[in-house]
Design a binder for this molecule. Structure first.
Ligand code: PLP
Length: 388
């Protein structure tokens, strides 16, 4: 955004890309599907020459996210996983990487399998275990991955504190901010070097795009990663960038409604006899609640819970819900429900999953923006049926 005095996140999101069309004055940023761009003349390039390298629609979306995250360079990638993979381009065989034991299953699978092929060394650690984390950092990693809140147990990491410890040993810190979006947390302002998202989730918000975005604090690191994104060919498409930019405009107001509903759902579940534990950072007794309060602008709209009666009760719950859709993803306007063991975290080996606390009776929900009374009524019926 050109006017640096505009800081409000809702305004920044709504205004993203507006009045950028210099040719026709289109209010909304146009979609440029052309794969290639003419040169002005011999060896005289325009701003864009080939859409893998740069695309006007994608550039506007990238800048909008960089503005919201308060970073330097934004890089839009084809998926959230390709943003994670892009970060791996910074690593060589002697480098050590530290990842959390309970990160998103796809990130866990990528790092563990690349490490198995000898592309870098890897330590998987419970980042809430201070001494285990200190021990891992004493081995001087090149990169530390953080995910806060984590998927699916909503564990919190003090990003500022851990980043300082990582920087003390010369490690770069990359934070997966998918669960909160820049509307609720801005890791670069807490010291992190890289923040990334699966834009498939809250940023697009309508479950009709698969995409990713990465933002760096420093210009030079951003340029290095943008070079790699073009080199390996993982930049996002113009059409997906257009849709995600359109979704982004309502991100802050969607998040308000998501959170309002999620809080009601969390309280309802906590008092329900069919539930053993509810994982929701907004509860004072949730591990890391104070960290969430300190570094987040809200508690988000993701929560998990253990259903009494194990996997059979989970199956009955799913079969008796009308409004919650049983599906992998999260962050869309519609409420979704999932079973991490067989879905999002199926890529993790059983031992690692158990170690991370992901039980067979664990259910994760992404609370949508439907009317909260309808959401609660649906859950009430499903949970009652789950115990029969
Ligand atoms: N990070 C988190 C926290 C996720 O939940 C996901 C997908 O579910 C990803 C990264 C990967 O994103 P994508 O599915 O867009 O590749």
């Amino acid at each position: 955004m050109s006017n640096a005095s505009i800081k409000n996140i809702t305004t920044t999101a709504v205004r993203a890309g507006i009045n950028t069309d210099k040719h026709h004055g289109a209010v909304v940023a146009p979609i440029y599907l052309s794969s290639t761009y003419s040169l002005k003349g011999f060896n005289e390039k325009r701003e864009f020459d080939y859409s893998r390298t740069g695309n006007p629609t994608r550039a506007i979306f990238a800048q909008a996210i960089a503005d919201l995250e308060q970073g330097s360079v934004g890089i839009v990638t084809s998926t959230g996983m390709s943003s994670v993979h892009l970060i791996c381009q910074l690593l060589s065989v002697e480098d050590l990487v530290v990842i959390p034991h309970d990160c998103y299953g796809g990130s866990f699978r990528l790092f563990t399998h690349l490490a198995k092929r000898g592309l870098f060394k890897l330590i998987v650690v419970d980042q809430n275990d201070q001494s285990a984390l200190a021990q891992a950092l004493s081995k001087k990693p090149k990169l530390v991955l953080l995910e806060s809140p984590s998927n699916p147990l909503l564990r919190l990491i003090d990003i500022e504190e851990v980043t300082k410890a990582c920087h003390n040993v010369g490690a770069l810190v990359a934070v997966d901010n998918t669960f909160l979006s820049p509307a609720l947390q801005q890791p670069l302002t807490l010291g992190a070097d890289i923040v990334f998202h699966s834009t498939t989730k809250y940023i697009n918000g309508h479950s009709d795009v698969v995409g990713g975005v990465l933002v760096t604090k420093e210009q030079a690191l951003g340029e290095e990663l943008a070079w790699w994104a073009n080199c390996i060919g993982i930049t996002g498409s113009a059409f997906d960038s257009f849709l995600a930019l359109r979704g982004l405009k309502t991100l802050p107001i969607r998040m308000k409604q998501h959170q309002e509903n999620a809080e009601k759902v969390a309280v309802f579940l906590k008092n329900h006899p069919a539930i053993d534990v509810v994982y929701y950072p907004g509860f004072e007794d949730h591990l890391g609640h104070d960290i969430a309060k300190k570094q987040q602008a809200g508690f988000g709209a993701m929560l998990s819970f253990d259903v009494k009666g194990g996997v059979e009760a989970v199956k009955k719950l799913f079969a008796n819900l009308a409004l919650f859709t049983l599906a992998q993803s999260l962050g869309g306007v519609e409420s979704l429900i999932s079973h991490p063991t067989t879905m999002t975290h199926a890529g993790m080996e059983e031992a690692a999953r158990i170690e991370a606390g992901i039980t067979d009776s664990l259910v994760r929900i992404s609370v949508g923006i439907e009317d909260s009374a309808d959401i609660l009524a649906d859950l009430a019926y499903g949970l009652e049926q789950s115990q029969r």
